[in-house]
Design a protein around this ligand. Sequence first.
Ligand code: FHN
Length: 579
Amino acid sequence: MANRKKKKIGKASNRKTDPLAWWREARFGMFIHWGIYAVAAGYWKGQPIPRLGEWIMHHAKIPLAEYARLARQFNPVRFDADAWASLAKQAGMKYLVITAKHHDGFAMYDSPCSTYDVMDATPFGRDPMQELARACRKAGLKLGFYYSQYQDWADPDGGSYAPDYDPTKRNFDRYFRHKCIPQVRELLTQYGPIGLIWFDTPGQMTPAQSLELKQLVHSLQPRCLVSGRVGNDVGDYGSLGDNQIPRGPVEGDWETPATINDTWGFKRQDHHWKSAGTLLCLLADLASKGVNYLLNVGPTAQGVIPAPSVTRLREVGRWMKVNGQAIHGTAASPFPYTHDWGRITQKGRTLYLMFFRWPGGQFVLHGLRNKVHRAYLLAGRRKKIAITQTHDRKLDRHVLRLALPSRPPDRKISVVVLELAGKADADPAPLQQGDGAIRLQTHLAQVHCPDSAAPITISRGGVADYWVSTKNSLSWSFKVFEPGLFRVEVVVARAKDKNFPSGYAVKVTLGGATVEGILADEKTVQNAATRYHPEAATTLGKLRIDQPGTHKLALGLLKVPQGDSTGLRVTCVNLLPTR
Ligand code: FHN
């Protein structure tokens, strides 16, 4: 994940002067991973090769000369640039980013500085990037090129993530000057205006090299954006991790690249397609946090986007046709936390409530301080919804009640539009929600680190990272409206390629009472966001809150299992009403 400087969220973009304006408005784009790896399609010498399709050369340890022979079989006669652009458009996507060169080093366009490209090495004889550039212009989509600037497995000096890669035996700068820079120049001079260059995996590039690339792009096309993965914090916008869903709003301009099944490049054996409903939840979730969704398809070696991707994108498009205004041009939710029933975006004086689960009947939203002039459903006949608003001064409790129809107007995500008297103003404190639950997310916690040698850091994704000291703790202040007995649940995230942390003992203190216990993966959290970043919840016990008002909860660490260096990765503490 690339870091970058923080910028203000929800900033007004001036379309003419701000090169990021179109990108912020877009919110949704199509990623395309297409290369000669699609010929192998996840198999090598008859054997299925695990993990990502576009990494087959690396994972199956294929010698370059053998891998290069795939090019001779690459003849995508069914490739139709207009059909791809029109599918992206139908899905409600506003930009398209395609792999011009991935880590395998093979250029999917006519590259004058290399013969390892689609024109010289394949029987195809057409430049797909030229055709896509034309198709995107016609369809009104921005076109971006993915370019692997560091990894190049075909160049003797290119970078690699292979365990035996020895930078002292290679001259990366020679590759950088003889291949990378000339190819980036080609991409920006051969295809007309380019929306962005999507660099990836900067590896061991120096700040000077990253900056040189960025300046090259801007010198050739001043309005072309440079993705954060150019490295060393110099990109025009940031890229979160692959398939990463942050827990709360992310400050600045960010995008999540994501897969529609599990691979990026086509794999015959990957049938793990996300449903259109899941894709829409992810789109709404990211938009509610101010993050763009760059959703990938992996076309076959014949040039066809797999049918399951097409079906799903068309379904997404049907929803976007009716509800797209809740996504395009929106900013993150005014609430700093997520709601259990769905997600919120805002635009001007309008709020969009996107319901993943339709509550039907009376729906209660806490903490909206504005007067709501009008509420209506986006789907169907934009039916008006009756509103009641109250404010309890003593508790500073703002309640909005909506009288919703019993049946959801949309089978996937139903959207309720709220027209407000002014710009949305939400109580920033964590609040007890309409369903009685209190969800205390880590990104809203106060961090206490008396042991400054091992501080807890909260990641941009909203996870407590490297929490290994029993002297340190987290706490939250929150408002309770309906006191009672609550079940205390602690949710933790699993670190990449690791098991759930086991053996961590924690303590929750609320008022004078405490509950403690050892965290286990007793209940995995199932939602659209946890597929690649699993979470598990442990119930520690029950605690009573007697009075309405502001309360404070502290989470302490009692014991760290021996030999664990990952630390406790807490994402949330839930107080769930119980008897
Ligand atoms: O290694 C690549 C991977 O193949 C794919 O291109 C993704 C897309 O974001 N980026 C890299 C890993 O983060």
